[in-house]
Design a protein. Structure first.
Length: 437
C-alpha cells in the first residue's frame, strides 16, 4: 500500500512540475509545456476554439438564469448585479461571435481582443490547468509544498504554507489556474475568507512568460532578468504591506466549510512534508477520477466567469479607448513623476492608470518612449495585478462568499500603485547610476 501511495504522490508531482514549471525551447523562445498545449490548441483550431468559447459562455448565462429555480445549479446563483453582468456578457459575446451589432463593439480592437485572444485563452486554460491541478492538490503535492513553505508564508503574508503552490501556479502557468486552485482549497476549508482574499488579490499574477511578452513588446527583452527581479521584488514586497492594511486586514477570518488548518511545523520539515503527502495520497481517489473531475470543474468554472469577463472587460476597454476618463484620472500622477525627475511624465501617468482596464495597454502606450520609461512601465504594469479586462471580474465572481467588492479592488489598485511607484523608481535610479539603463 505504501508503494501505491508513493506512486500516487510522485506521478502527479513530477507531471505537474514538468507541465507547469520546466522551460523547454519552442519557436525561438523558452516556455512551459502548459503554454505549448494551450497556444497549440488556439493556433491549430482557431475556429473550433472560438465556437467552443462562445457556446460555453452562453451555457453559463443560461445556467445562471436557471439557477434560482434548482439547488443543483447553486454554484451559478449570484446577485442581481452579477446576473445582469452575465446577461450583458452573453449579448456582447453574441455580437463578437457574429461580428454584428454596434460598431463601438464590433469595429476596432475590442472585439478582436475579447473574442480572439482573452476569452478563448481563459476558456482553454482553465479546464486544462484544472485537470492537472486537481491531481496535484488531491494526492499530496499541496501538503508537501505547504509544509515546507509554512515557516515563510505565515509570518510574512499571514497565509498558510499551502498557498505557495497557488503562487507558483500563477507565476509559471496562469492567474486563471492559480485562482482555480485558490477557489478549490477555499471551498474545502483550506483557506479562510481573508486568506483567500490575500492570495487572490496579492498573488494572482501574470505569468513570467507574459512579463517576457511585455518586455518584447517594448523591445527591451535584453533587460528581462532585471525586469524580472523588479517584478519579483514589487509583488512580494508590496504584498507584505497590503496584508496588514485595509481593506485586506478587515476581511473576516471566517470559513465557508469545515476549517482544515495546517498542523504546526515541528522537527524535520522535509520528513513531515513527505509523511503528510503520503497520507493524503493514500486516501485520495484514483488519478483518472481526479483528472476527469478537475477537467469538469474547470469547464463549469469557465462557464461561470466568461460572461462576466466579456461584459466588464469590454466596458473597461471601451472606456480606455473611447473616452477621456483615464486622461483625467492620470492628472494627479503627473506632478508625482515630475517631482521624481522621470521623463515623459504625462505619458507615464497615463500608462500608470490605464493598467486598471487591461495590463497590456501601458506597454502599447509607451512603446516609443525613452528606455527608462519603458523599463519602469514594464515592471509597474505587471506588478499592479488588478485589471478589469479579466482578473478583476474573475476574482469578484469566483469569491462572492467573501465577498470581493468592486471598491475593494479599486482601493487595492490605488494602494499597490502608490507603494510601487517609489519602489520601482528607486530600483530604476540605482540601475541608471550603475549605467545599466
Amino acid at each position: 500500500m505504501k508503494g501505491k501511495a508513493w506512486f500516487k504522490f510522485l506521478f502527479p508531482f513530477f507531471l505537474g512540475v514538468f507541465f507547469f514549471f520546466v522551460p523547454i525551447p519552442a519557436g525561438g523562445r523558452f516556455t512551459v509545456p502548459f503554454d505549448l498545449v494551450v497556444t497549440g490548441l488556439r493556433k491549430e483550431f482557431p475556429s473550433h476554439v472560438k465556437t467552443y468559447t462562445f457556446f460555453i459562455l452562453q451555457l453559463g448565462v443560461l445556467l445562471s438564469l436557471a439557477a434560482p429555480f434548482t439547488h443543483r445549479l447553486s454554484k451559478f446563483r449570484t446577485s442581481l448585479i452579477f446576473l445582469l453582468l452575465r446577461i450583458t456578457g452573453g449579448i456582447f459575446a453574441l455580437f463578437f461571435f457574429l461580428d454584428r451589432g454596434p460598431s463601438l463593439l464590433t469595429s476596432g480592437d475590442t472585439r478582436k481582443f475579447m473574442m480572439e485572444i482573452l476569452l478563448p485563452s481563459v476558456a482553454v486554460i482553465i479546464p486544462i490547468g484544472a485537470s492537472v491541478i486537481n491531481m496535484l492538490t488531491s494526492t499530496g503535492t499541496l501538503d508537501f509544498v505547504g509544509t515546507l513553505a509554512r515557516p515563510l508564508m505565515r509570518p510574512l503574508y499571514r497565509i498558510p504554507g499551502r498557498a505557495a503552490l497557488d503562487i507558483l501556479t500563477s507565476w509559471v502557468g496562469s492567474y486563471s489556474v492559480g485562482l482555480y486552485l485558490t477557489r478549490n482549497v477555499f471551498e474545502k476549508g483550506g483557506y479562510s475568507k481573508r486568506e483567500a482574499f490575500i492570495i487572490a488579490t496579492c498573488f494572482s499574477t501574470v505569468s513570467i512568460g507574459f512579463v517576457g511578452v511585455v518586455a518584447s513588446t517594448l523591445n527591451i527583452l535584453n533587460l528581462f532578468p532585471l525586469i524580472f527581479v523588479g517584478y519579483f521584488i514589487g509583488v512580494f514586497a508590496i504584498a507584505a504591506i497590503i496584508v496588514r492594511i485595509p481593506p485586506t486586514s478587515r476581511i473576516p477570518e471566517e470559513y465557508i466549510a469545515l476549517p482544515k488548518p495546517e498542523a504546526e511545523a515541528r522537527g524535520n520539515l522535509l520528513r513531515q512534508a513527505v509523511d503528510q503527502a503520503l497520507l493524503t495520497a493514500k486516501e485520495s481517489p484514483s488519478l483518472a477520477k481526479l483528472f476527469i473531475k478537475g477537467f469538469w470543474d474547470g469547464l463549469l468554472l469557465a462557464a461561470l466567469i466568461l460572461s462576466t469577463i466579456a461584459s466588464v472587460g469590454s466596458i473597461a476597454l471601451l472606456l480606455a479607448n473611447h473616452t477621456s476618463l483615464f486622461q483625467y484620472l492620470a492628472l494627479p500622477f503627473v506632478p508625482v513623476y515630475k517631482l521624481l525627475g522621470m521623463p515623459h511624465a504625462s505619458e507615464l501617468a497615463m500608462a500608470t492608470v490605464i493598467e486598471v482596464a487591461e495590463m497590456y495597454l501601458p506597454a502599447i502606450l509607451v512603446k516609443n518612449s525613452p528606455l527608462v520609461v519603458k523599463f519602469f512601465v514594464a515592471i509597474l504594469s505587471t506588478s499592479q495585478l488588478i485589471f478589469f479586462s479579466s482578473v478583476g471580474p474573475m476574482i469578484m465572481d469566483m469569491f462572492r462568499e467573501i465577498p470581493v467588492k468592486f471598491t475593494h479592488l479599486l482601493i487595492l489598485f490605488l494602494e499597490r500603485t502608490l507603494l510601487l511607484i517609489p519602489l520601482i523608481w528607486a530600483y530604476t535610479t540605482v540601475l541608471q547610476k550603475l549605467g545599466v539603463l
